[in-house]
Design a protein around this ligand. Structure first.
Ligand SMILES: [Mn+2]
Length: 430
C-alpha cells in the first residue's frame, strides 16, 4: 500500500534522472581517483535507515504557542500514514518510534498491521512520566522515578513496564526512558537521595526487560527542571547504565547538551565502554531547540558519524546504536522537515564513509594535525547528493523528495479528510 501515487514519483523522477546520471557518473569518476567505489557507497546509502518519531508528524510548538497546520494527523493511525509518506519519498525511514500514552490503542495488532501494510516497523518505545494524565491517582509534579513519594515512583515504574508490553506487541526491541525529574531551587532536592531513588526505580524497569530488549537512558541538561536535573548529562546517564547492567545503555540527543559540548567525543567514550544505545538526531543553537537535523551544524553531525563509522570499521563489539530523529517542527510542514532531516543524517553517514581510515590513523600516530584535520575535511567537502539521490531512485523513492511531495499535493488532500480536532494531542518534545 502507498500514500503517494507511484505514478507521481515516476513522473517526477523521469524529469530528473538524466541529470542525476550525469552527476553520478562525474562523482564516481572523482571518487575512483581516491580508490573509492561509488557503487559500494551507494549500496550503503540504500541500506541506511533512521526511525521517525510518531510525535514529530504533528506541528510542534513552544510553551508560548502552537500554530497547527492543515491536514495534520489526529491519531496514531494517521501519524503512521504520514510516516509512510516520509519513507516513500526518502527511502530511508522504514520504522516508527512510538510514544506512550500518546500512541496507546486498544488493539496493538491492528496498529502493527496498519504500519506493516506500508512496509513500516516499530522501534524504540518512549515512555512519558513528565506530565500527569487525566484521572491519574498521584502526580509527577515533584518527579516520577525519583519522586520522594513511593506511590508516584510506583506509577512511573508501572507505566514503563506497560510501555515494554505495548512495544512487545508492536515488535519493538528497546525502551527509551527520559525523565524530567529535577529541581528549580538550590536545596530543594537532595542530589544523592534523588539519584538513589531513580536507580532503585530503574532497577524495577530493567528487571522487566525481555531477554532481547535494551533500555536506553536519555539525558537532558535542563527543562522542565531549571536548576538541577537527575539525569542531566552523559556522566549521570552512563553511571546509571553501568549500575543497571549490560542491557542498559545511554542515548544521545544532540540538543540535550550545553552549547559547544564536544558531542562526538562523548559518542566515542560511550562506544568504548559498550554503552551507546542510540541517538535522537536534531540540531540546536541555544538550548533544547529541536531544530531540523543538520540545519545548523552539519560538520558536528559529520564528526559524530565519523566516530560511528570508525567503530563500524574497527568492527567494535556490541555496537548497534538505534538511529532516530527527535525534532519539533514549529514553522514547517513536518513531513517536509522529517524527509529533509532523515536525508541530512544519511548524508553525514555517507560522507563519513569517504574518510580514508588508514590514512587518518597514520596522521594521528605521526601527530600530523593539519593532515588529519584535512582528511576529515576532504571527506566532508564532497557533494554526495548524487549518491543519496541515486539510492532513493533505486529504491523507488523520490530523486527530488520535496518537489515530488508538493506535486502530489498530499497535504492539501488531507485537509478535508482530517478536519482539525481541538482536543487532539498534536505533538510533544522530548
Ligand atoms: Mn530526545
Amino acid at each position: 500500500m502507498r500514500r503517494i501515487d507511484s505514478a507521481v514519483v515516476h513522473e517526477q523522477n523521469e524529469q530528473e534522472f538524466k541529470f542525476l546520471q550525469t552527476d553520478f557518473n562525474a562523482l564516481g569518476e572523482k571518487l575512483s581517483r581516491d580508490g573509492i567505489d561509488i557503487e559500494a557507497i551507494t549500496k550503503a546509502a540504500e541500506a541506511f535507515q533512521i526511525a521517525v518519531p510518531s510525535w514529530g508528524t504533528g506541528t510542534g510548538g513552544t510553551r508560548f504557542a502552537r500554530f497547527p497546520g492543515q491536514g495534520e494527523p489526529r491519531n496514531i493511525f494517521e501519524k503512521v500514514e504520514d510516516c509512510a509518506v516520509i519513507n516513500e519519498l526518502s527511502g530511508c525511514t522504514d520504522s516508527i518510534s512510538p510514544h506512550f500514552p500518546w500512541d496507546k490503542v486498544d488493539d496493538f495488532s491492528e496498529l502493527k498491521q496498519h504500519a506493516a501494510a506500508f512496509g513500516l516497523k516499530w522501534v524504540s518505545v518512549n515512555s512519558n512520566t513528565f506530565q500527569d494524565q487525566p484521572g491519574q491517582a498521584v502526580s509527577y509534579k515533584y518527579g516520577s522515578l525519583s519522586n520522594t513519594e513511593k506511590a508516584s515512583r510506583d506509577l512511573a515504574i508501572q507505566h514503563n513496564l506497560d510501555c515494554i508490553s505495548y512495544g512487545q506487541q508492536l515488535g519493538a526491541k528497546s525502551l527509551t526512558v527520559w525523565v524530567g525529574d529535577g529541581s528549580n531551587h538550590p536545596g530543594q532536592q537532595h542530589f544523592q537521595r534523588a539519584f538513589e531513588r531513580y536507580l532503585a526505580s530503574a532497577e524495577q524497569i530493567y528487571k522487566g526487560l525481555p531477554a532481547d530488549w535494551e533500555m536506553h537512558l536519555e539525558h537532558k541538561m535542563f527543562e522542565p527542571a531549571f536548576y538541577s536535573t537527575v539525569i542531566q548529562d552523559w556522566g549521570s546517564s552512563i553511571l546509571a547504565a553501568m549500575h543497571l547492567g549490560p542491557k542498559c545503555k545511554s542515548l544521545v540527543d544532540l540538543g540535550h547538551h550545553a552549547p559547544n559540548t564536544n558531542i562526538e567525543m562523548i559518542v566515542a567514550r560511550l562506544i568504548q565502554f559498550k554503552k551507546l544505545g542510540g541517538f535522537h538526531f536534531n540540531d540546536s543553537k541555544y538550548g533544547d531547540d529541536d531544530l531540523d537535523s543538520g540545519s545548523l551544524q552539519p560538520y558536528q553531525q559529520f564528526l559524530i558519524f565519523n566516530e560511528l563509522v570508525d567503530a563500524e570499521h574497527r568492527k567494535e563489539a556490541e555496537f548497534n546504536p538505534a538511529y532516530m530523529l527527535d525534532q519539533s517542527h514549529n514553522v514547517t510542514d513536518p513531513i517536509e522537515s522529517l524527509v529533509t532531516s532523515a536525508i541530512e543524517v544519511q548524508r553525514s553517514y555517507i560522507k563519513a564513509l569517504l574518510v580514508n581510515r588508514d590514512a587518518l590513523y597514520g596522521y594521528q600516530e605521526a601527530n600530523d594535525a593539519i593532515m588529519a584535520s584535512g582528511e576529515l575535511k576532504r571527506a566532508f567537502n564532497f557533494d554526495v547528493a548524487p549518491i543519496l539521490a541515486m539510492a532513493r531512485y533505486r529504491k523507488g523513492a523520490a530523486i527530488n523528495p520535496l518537489k515530488t511531495y508538493r506535486a502530489a499535493k498530499y497535504r492539501q488532500s488531507m485537509a478535508p479528510v482530517r478536519p482539525r480536532d481541538p482536543k487532539a494531542t498534536g505533538s510533544g518534545i522530548i
